[in-house]
Design a protein around this ligand. Sequence first.
Ligand SMILES: Cc1ncc(COP(=O)(O)O)c(C=O)c1O
Length: 444
Amino acid sequence: MSIENDLELIEDYDKEYCLQVFAPLPVAFTKGKGAYLYDTQNARYLDMIGGIAVNSLGYGNPRLTSAVTKQAKDLIHACNYYYIPQRSELAYRLCRVSFADKVFFCNSGAEANEAAIKLARGYYYYRDINKYEIITANMSFHGRTMGTIAATGQDKFSRPFEPNVPGFVHVPFNDIDAMIQAVNPHTAAIMLELVQGESGVHPADKDYIIEIKKLCVEKDILLIFDEVQTGIGRTGKMFCYQNYGVVPDIMTLAKGLGGGVPIGAMLTTDKVATGLRPGDHGSTFGGNPLACAAGNAVMEAIEEDGIIDNVQEVSAELFEKLGKLRSKYNCIRSVRGQGLLIGIEFDDTITAAGMREQLFSMGILVSAIGKSTIRLAPPLIITKAQAGMFIKALDKILKNVTGPKSVLNKIKDSLPSKKQIKESTESINNAKVDKLDDLLDDDN
Ligand SMILES: Cc1ncc(COP(=O)(O)O)c(C=O)c1O
């Protein structure tokens, strides 16, 4: 049985058999190439969200696909009872380009953060020091496990599942005085995202991060950077901490590291690595040959294919053009971010969900965060011409905005009815390829 190309059936099965924790748009993708995705009707979409910062090399990258194919043929899984060559190589590659001396591999961002939290506590435990508290920022996001929802500085993720794991304190982001006040003799670590991605793309101030590092050194506190979203070239450097010139004691990675194959990693120094001893932590799947082969291919591509230069160039172009749009349209309240992690916030006349759906109807994929911000996290290989298509689409949409009664405001946050979905999908599919081509700049 294959339901691959029948959207209606796919939806029916999903609703019937999958836990309903997501609210998907009415589309299913069956293949991709470069920065484009193709749906069940072969309609083409420009992917400006990259599987939420996961598909770092885009779709069909020759290095990644051949590494994964070869590894799948040779050996998919070998357990941690034995050495795993692909894991050794990936650990070496990550240490070579970062502050770290040691790497632990797992399968997701949340798991990487769990490992970081355990390591920070274990580090003080084995030194006979009574430190266990972890300070994180309000509006942060660190994952969905019980430990990481307690770490996350947004109650909405943990309220239904209380009581929370104890030992986490939350303080306002970018407020050094609040951080200084929260530190106490039991503080083991400060854990931060350098750009808060899930709550609207809010970058940390450089001075804030520098002062936090000083505080950590002075008070013997570990500094953890959650680079699950910002790592692996996303912000125009291999790791976002390199934009700040501040080195952490522990860093977590996931998303872009496998280019779509699930993998997480927790990196640390030799000194801090003493916090986890044999048997203290582990993972059945973490660091398996398939995932690490993907990670090696991604690292090789990023280091050898000029991808970080591309991120910097396309990012500069996007920020410049978005700046111009902001001067043209008052409804753009702010444009934030680093590299190819960008948030565009609108005023009350435009809802983020409405904008996402308008862009979707033109064949462009973005994510909506909260009421008023859309997020861009396209594949790192996106071209300037493709970024220009997004700008042109946004410009076209904003031209139609005539105030509080704009078409965008009429689109509700809720999903459309099944009939609307079918009609809109059909009309979108019929027109999408042409629409995308229309968005190419004349000089491209
Ligand atoms: C900064 C950050 N940390 C952790 C996570 C959790 O990662 P995962 O969904 O792979 O568990 C995310 C996911 O969005 C993230 O953005």
